[in-house]
Write a protein that binds this ligand. Structure first.
Ligand SMILES: Nc1ncnc2c1ncn2[C@@H]1O[C@H](COP(=O)(O)OP(=O)(O)OP(=O)(O)O)[C@@H](O)[C@H]1O
Ligand SMILES: [Mg+2]
Length: 308
């Protein structure tokens, strides 16, 4: 059975089971579990040190887990990489010196069973503009485009990307995501780590929020936002006692800046009804959905160190 049959025949999923990794005293990853269907795009979102890169490195076989396992379309990471099923951009590691960009991407292409055309990969990644330059003369953003070209040229089933848009300018980011959308539209699978909440929200079908080595939320971007319930009500309400606003229906927390109050609400409809009844002088009322930013802060606030 070749890899394409394997991918076509049922073992379609990516299964990450109880992944655990400790470095000395640092419990970097503490039991991460998720399954992904083929053809989906999943974002691993979390603050610095959350365990995203460690998880990704275990998924592509760069780091060996202490416990747990990873199955990529029914294969171990090492086998899946060997079979050319995986294209990756890791967070660290420099490009090989004394090669031109085109030579490096060509070398990469030669490692894969059915690579993209090298010029095509250079064009999609925007590295075509400096394809003949030596790799050690590249800027940070240019280097990132080359790393992207190296991942793309594999034309693999799964792309695993650790903070792929770091160092890219606005245009670079836009080009990157256009290429990713086209890749996903061909039924390919993408996992990417990011700090950029907007990127996870805009480009992933699903967001796995990681903090302190654990999954703290897992769902569609809209579900993640719903998990923390929130709407934010802002209004002008001079001289009100915040202690009187806290007990209003549906309110989870309150803040004041000058005459403006901000109410974080689990049920903003209930809050607004009471607010208008009790404070007829309230004005400039605004309601907005709590963005991923708020969800992220609230879910990762959880303190660190309960026992393993
Ligand atoms: N090789 C290592 N040796 C020791 N500690 C490590 C090693 N790799 C990672 N760590 C620690 O493990 C924790 C998780 O690191 P990891 O790189 O997975 O986080 P991350 O979510 O990718 O963070 P960032 O957003 O900063 O890239 C951190 O506390 C880090 O210091
Ligand atoms: Mg990282």
């Amino acid at each position: 059975m070749n890899e394409h049959t394997a991918v076509a025949n049922g073992t379609n999923n990516i299964v990450v089971s109880n992944l655990t990794k400790t470095f000395g005293k640092v419990r970097a990853v503490r039991g991460i579990n998720f399954e992904m269907d083929r053809g989906t795009t999943v974002a691993l979102l979390g603050p610095n040190g959350a365990g995203k890169s460690t998880t990704i490195d275990m998924m592509i076989g760069l780091t060996t887990p202490d416990f747990g396992s990873v199955s990529l379309f029914g294969h171990s990471p090492a086998n899946a990489v060997h079979m050319g099923l995986i294209g990756a951009m890791t967070q660290t590691g420099s490009l090989i010196d004394y090669l031109s960009v085109r030579e490096l991407v060509s070398m990469m292409a030669a490692l894969y069973p059915s690579p993209l055309d090298v010029d095509e990969a250079l064009r999609i990644s925007g590295a075509d503009a400096f394809a003949d330059r030596m790799t050690r003369k590249l800027s940070g953003g240019e280097t990132q485009r080359v790393r992207f070209a190296m991942a793309l040229v594999a034309d693999a089933e799964l792309l695993v990307l650790d903070e792929p848009t770091v160092a890219l300018d606005v245009e670079g980011r836009r080009d990157f995501w256009i290429a990713m959308r086209a890749f996903a539209a061909r039924g390919k699978t993408v996992v990417f780590a990011t700090h950029y909440l907007e990127e996870a929200d805009a480009y992933a079908d699903r967001i796995i929020l990681i903090a302190h080595g654990r999954i703290v939320a897992d769902g569609a971007p809209t579900e993640i936002k719903a998990t923390v319930g929130g709407r934010i009500v802002r209004a002008t309400l001079p001289n009100v006692d915040l202690d009187k606003l806290r007990p209003l229906s549906g309110v989870t927390s309150v803040e004041r800046r000058g005459d403006a109050v901000t109410l974080n609400c689990a049920d903003s409809d209930a809050t607004l009804r009471e607010l208008f009844t009790l404070y007829p002088n309230v004005r400039d009322v605004e309601v907005r959905g709590a963005g991923l930013e708020e969800a992220f802060l609230e879910l990762t606030e959880d303190d660190d160190d309960e026992a393993v």
